[in-house]
Design a protein around this ligand. Structure first.
Ligand SMILES: [Zn+2]
Length: 134
């Protein structure tokens, strides 16, 4: 998966966009599942920190999402979260806490709109990952 592009179905992009806009000014978080770099489903997960600057996925909701992925034969492709007051770029904490070998999607507002950028975070390094909409 490292270095590969991520392809998002438009409905998955919109599901995340709706979620991050709804949770603002708090950070929203969740997971994108699918196969071979192609999204199939978005799992919004409650941010148990309920913070405008930090997130931590609520463990039970995260476990339920992993179980649903297993049932459908999906893999974890991406973890998303929002920076309601910041840029669509990983914070130092995001880099330090990145625990999964997946794409990290970061959403940020520009005026009334939201957009996301993708990154591969590994070993303290930040590498952009192309995001395609389908
Ligand atoms: Zn962040």
């Amino acid at each position: 998966m490292a270095g590969m592009a991520l392809t998002l179905r438009r409905e998955d992009w919109w599901a995340m966009r709706e979620h991050v806009a709804r949770e603002a000014p708090y950070e929203a978080c969740g997971m994108v599942a699918g196969r071979e770099g192609q999204s199939a489903h978005v799992f919004p997960i409650p941010n148990e920190l309920r913070s405008p600057t930090r997130y931590r996925m609520e463990p039970r909701a995260q476990l339920a999402a992993f179980e649903a992925m297993d049932e459908h034969g999906w893999e974890l492709l991406a973890i998303y979260h929002s920076h309601p007051q910041g840029r669509a770029y990983p914070s130092a904490i995001d880099v330090a806490e990145a625990a999964y070998p997946v794409v990290y999607l970061i959403w940020a507002p520009v005026g009334d709109e939201w957009f996301c950028l993708g990154y591969w975070l590994e070993g303290g390094r930040i590498r952009p990952v192309p995001i395609r909409l389908q």
